[in-house]
Design a protein around this ligand. Structure first.
Ligand SMILES: Nc1ncnc2c1ncn2[C@@H]1O[C@H](COP(=O)(O)OP(=O)(O)OP(=O)(O)O)[C@@H](O)[C@H]1O
Ligand SMILES: [Mg+2]
Length: 317
């Protein structure tokens, strides 16, 4: 069952006269209890997609399309209604815990604040609930009176998980939850997150530019390039039989594959290449690719790709 449906999402920034198309026609569903990975090179629009769902975008932005959650289009809701949904229905772990945690509040206070604000509970009860959350993420509740700077990167990330899941949301959007952690810590955090997600029947949108991270935990993976999706498939299939040349190159660029960076640069989001946005860097391009913009097409069960190399089975978007 689909829990949240993004239809033709467009997020355009006006940056000193230039229109930056950070998301340009994104269609994506988050299913009940799935872990959906969103991957792609830096600057392609992953965080913007997460922020659009949460209604956390700046003023100088034009948003089009629909984000449907429980029958409501989140893009049309007033701020007061959005505040009820944020945290309670859809939790978020923002990119970079050092800037998202408040340096002058103890971690206990920051978790307790969520309960006081959303559930209107008293100070003592909020504190008790915060301690329970810390226990849940594997931390000693005795440390709740400490400040963020007293914690390691991994511990801060645990606090972020506690805040993200505090109100028992249906969906958790986790933006780069393992950045800056070493590989054993990465694994611990991912195991903790996926365990909690499963035991609480939560869905997760896992945003990462690290394919190794997406690999271990995701059910499905969506690949983003220059503001649009190029491929969506079940994780195992995407990793073993990537369809889009960009996905293939992205997999080849992994360190364990010998680190072959994809030649060329990500295109400008204010004047992306005509036709397929990836064509200037693509090994498989033909004349058509610079002329026509490929549609996202369904080629196999649950597998969608935006590339002229494939013939459509059923058209999607
Ligand atoms: N307020 C803004 N005004 C203009 N452009 C913006 C604004 N915010 C973001 N962008 C642009 O939107 C694009 C997408 O940004 P986004 O943060 O979503 O990238 P990302 O895929 O999350 O990258 P990373 O992997 O580095 O986190 C970037 O090119 C960025 O420069
Ligand atoms: Mg980002």
């Amino acid at each position: 069952m689909t829990l949240l449906r993004i239809e033709d999402l467009r997020v355009y920034f006006n940056a000193r006269g230039r229109i930056v198309k950070a998301n340009d026609g994104v269609d994506l569903e988050i299913e009940e209890t799935e872990i959906l990975g969103l991957i792609g090179e830096t600057g392609c629009g992953k965080s913007i997609l997460g922020r659009a769902i949460m209604g956390l975008l700046s003023e100088n932005v034009e948003i089009g399309g629909r984000i449907i959650y429980k029958g409501e289009n989140l893009l049309e809701l007033c701020e007061a209604r959005m505040r009820q949904i944020r945290g309670k229905e859809i939790g978020m772990m923002l990119q970079n815990p050092s800037t998202s945690l408040n340096p002058v509040l103890t971690v206990g206070e920051q978790i307790a604040e969520v309960y006081r604000y959303h559930e209107g509970v008293g100070k003592e009860e909020a504190k008790k609930k915060a301690a329970d959350m810390l226990k849940l993420v594997g931390m000693d509740p005795k440390r709740m009176d400490e400040y963020p700077h007293q914690f390691s990167g991994g511990m801060k990330q645990r606090v972020m998980i506690a805040i993200g899941l505090a109100l028992n949301p249906r969906i958790l959007i986790a933006d780069e939850p393992t950045t800056g952690l070493d590989s054993s810590m990465k694994k611990q955090i991912l195991d903790l997150m996926s365990g909690l997600i499963k035991s609480r029947d939560v869905s997760m949108l896992l945003i990462t530019h690290d394919l190794e991270v997406a690999k271990g935990v995701c059910n499905r993976i969506a690949v983003m390039y220059a503001g649009e999706l190029l491929e969506i498939a079940p994780a195992e299939k995407l990793l073993s039989e990537p369809k889009h040349p960009y996905t293939q190159d992205l997999l080849d660029s992994l360190p364990r594959m010998g680190l072959n960076p994809i030649p060329g640069e990500s295109p400008s989001l204010s004047s992306p290449p005509a036709g397929c946005r990836f064509h200037p860097r693509c090994r498989c391009r033909s004349d058509k690719c610079s002329e026509k913009h490929p549609d996202m097409i369904g080629i196999e069960a649950e597998t969608y790709v935006r590339c002229f190399l494939y013939k459509n089975d059923k058209s999607k978007g």
